[in-house]
Write a protein that binds this ligand. Structure first.
Ligand SMILES: [Zn+2]
Length: 188
């Protein structure tokens, strides 16, 4: 039997821990911190944007809004971002979860995750390209690519996603050059 959200809440609400963030080089914030109070479970998860493809902005987006497209996939770049590149891979067709993809599309997805990761590295001065999937905002399946700069130890690891909002946005010209490098690598 899995633990229910109600059971988890009762067990955890008075037992929250404060990790030693002051010892974490990558933690982006300073000062006294404490965990937020845990709120009780709701009756249901909040519906995501574009549920079932209805009013889905990702389905409706024009190819012009994408950095690269093919018959079944599209790559969208956000920004200018704080990190050198933040981009998303999406199937053209509306799928919600990675496990919902038919096997043929799932196989293509695997190949593309590698190609886009490699293309992002081709920008230069990239320490790592994080490839992630969060799915709690929009329902339309999307994979994140977050390229972090090389040689800045504080920017490693999962906090890179937060540092992206802390670092000032890239100058427009550099951002466009980065996108052009990724596009060229994808079209090779
Ligand atoms: Zn959609």
């Amino acid at each position: 039997m899995p633990e229910t959200p109600e059971q988890l809440y009762e067990r955890a609400k008075n037992a929250l821990r404060m990790p030693p963030v002051e010892e974490w080089e990558t933690f982006p914030f300073d000062g006294d911190l404490r965990p937020r109070q845990l709120e009780p479970p709701t009756d249901a998860d909040r519906p995501r944007l574009g549920v079932g493809g209805v009013d889905c902005r990702r389905c409706a987006a024009s190819d012009d809004d994408f950095l690269w497209t093919n018959e079944r996939w599209r790559v969208h770049a956000l920004g200018p971002t704080g990190l050198p590149l933040v981009a998303m891979l999406e199937p053209r067709e509306h799928f919600a979860e990675p496990g919902d993809l038919p096997e043929e599309l799932a196989a293509e997805c695997g190949v593309l995750l590698g190609r886009i990761e490699r293309a992002a590295r081709s920008i230069g001065e990239i320490g790592r390209v994080h490839v992630c999937r969060w799915g709690d905002g929009g329902e339309h399946l999307h994979w994140w690519f977050m390229a972090r700069p090389a040689r800045i130890p504080q920017l490693i690891g999962s906090f890179a996603a937060i540092w992206d909002d802390i670092l000032p946005p890239l100058p427009e010209e550099i951002w466009r050059e980065n996108l052009a490098a990724v596009k060229a690598a994808l079209e090779e």
